[in-house]
Design a protein around this ligand. Structure first.
Ligand code: PLP
Length: 395
């Protein structure tokens, strides 16, 4: 017998992946340069040369036994120390190597964080709009995902609804800033208010509530700003990071969980995550990826193209009359569709080879997401097509 619940997942396959596969197939028919594919959040700029150099040097100069051996279950010690030093310096939180757990991307980091702080039946609160894979990431742990509806005027946290939803069964709250899909960066005020609520609720319920902060887009921020670092404001924070986006390395599958040194049982949380790995087989990220990223921890790819693209698209959407909040980071924008049914809207756009993702399973029906990690030249060409689509379908 095949596991029923996993088999059932075939009925709800990722809409993002489906649209991306459609765009690739369509590209084979008409040339991919003619498909305006805004579906997938795959970085469009190369990783820094420092990363490639580190890889080449490592393969040429290092002992193959060290480079290709199993890594320790919590990650390579010198890599953990380097990560701790880098983020301590950048964010002013005094991490040590023992607080860092190396993981397979943000997906792997989250898989460990959820299991670390919940038992089946416990609740994890998520704020809409959210990355749709959260539904499966959380659902498969046995924990229950509770969704706080969006505050669509600015996509900051809807505190009124949050206060209604948080309860004694809440063991964790998951945030993602800068946010996929809205592109919004939570303000310092939002993070502080969130911390205040969580401290008060810990007191009231008499148990820890962990803040799980999913931060793969931390470095992709616009207007020369910085993203407030949530762990600075709340002690029980598990920061889940990935090098997929900032260093354009999604295929290398590398990231980490950073345990706030002031969290409850901070000294043993990484060790316990090593045990979780044994249970889920999501263990020992590639030694080569760990060693290479540790050489470029304070670098990023040239991320400027995302801001350029955002400005072009945002201005064009406003000009066309869309309701849209200007993103503060990431490579996503999240406008309101021109009809209530965003699926119908995106289907119509598809006829123009404009691939947009409807947001029903991002917890925000009526909206759509554009991933603008594509060449600026293509973004510019897509605007004319977008205008024609809007004129002909909704004019
Ligand atoms: N969290 C968010 C918000 C994402 O957008 C993604 C990927 O797009 C992930 C987690 C998973 O990232 P990774 O590729 O590092 O596993």
């Amino acid at each position: 017998m095949i596991n029923k619940s996993y088999k059932k997942m075939l009925e709800g396959k990722s809409i993002i992946r489906e649209l991306s596969e459609y765009a690739t197939a369509r590209g084979k028919e008409i040339g991919y340069e003619n498909v305006f594919d805004y579906s997938l959040g795959n970085p469009s700029v190369p990783c820094p040369t420092g990363y490639t150099d580190a890889v080449v040097k490592m393969y040429q100069d290092k002992d193959p036994m060290a480079v290709h051996g199993y890594s320790p279950s919590l990650g390579i010690e010198e890599v953990r120390a380097a990560v701790a030093e880098s983020i301590s310096k950048r964010f002013g939180v005094p991490y040590e190597a023992k607080h860092i757990f190396m993981a397979i991307g943000a997906a792997g980091a989250l898989a460990h964080a959820f299991r670390l702080v919940t038992e089946p039946g416990d609740e994890i609160i998520v704020f809409a709009p959210f990355f749709p894979e959260y539904t499966e990431y959380i659902g498969r742990t046995g924990a229950v995902m509770k969704v706080v509806p969006p505050r669509t005027e600015d996509f900051q946290i809807n505190f009124e609804e949050f206060q209604h939803i948080i309860n004694e069964k809440t063991m964790a709250v998951l945030i993602n800033t800068p946010n996929n899909p809205s592109g919004i960066v939570y303000s310092e005020e939002t993070i502080k208010q969130l911390a205040d609520v969580l401290y008060a609720k810990q007191e009231e319920y008499g148990h820890d509530i962990f803040l799980i902060s999913d931060e793969p887009y931390r470095e992709i921020v616009f207007d020369g700003k910085q993203c407030p670092y949530p762990a600075k404001y709340y002690d029980n924070t598990l920061t889940c990071y990935s090098f997929s986006k900032s260093l354009s390395l999604p295929g290398e599958r590398i990231g980490y969980v950073a345990v706030n040194p002031k969290a409850t049982d901070a000294d043993i949380l990484a060790v316990i995550m090593g045990q979780i790995s044994r249970g889920i087989g999501h263990n020992c990220p590639a030694s080569t990826s760990q060693l290479a990223v540790s050489q470029v921890l304070d670098e990023t790819s040239d991320l400027s193209v995302y801001e350029t693209n955002m400005n072009i698209i945002y201005d064009a959407l406003v000009e066309m009359g869309f309701e849209v909040v200007r993103p503060g980071g990431t490579f996503y924008i999240f406008p309101k569709a021109l009809e209530d049914d965003a699926n119908a809207f995106c289907m119509k756009a598809k006829k123009y080879d404009l691939i947009l993702v409807p947001a029903d399973n991002f917890g925000c029906p009526g909206y759509f997401r554009m991933a603008y990690c594509i060449d600026t030249e293509k973004v510019e060409r897509s605007i004319e097509v977008f205008k024609r689509f809007v004129r002909e379908e909704y004019g």
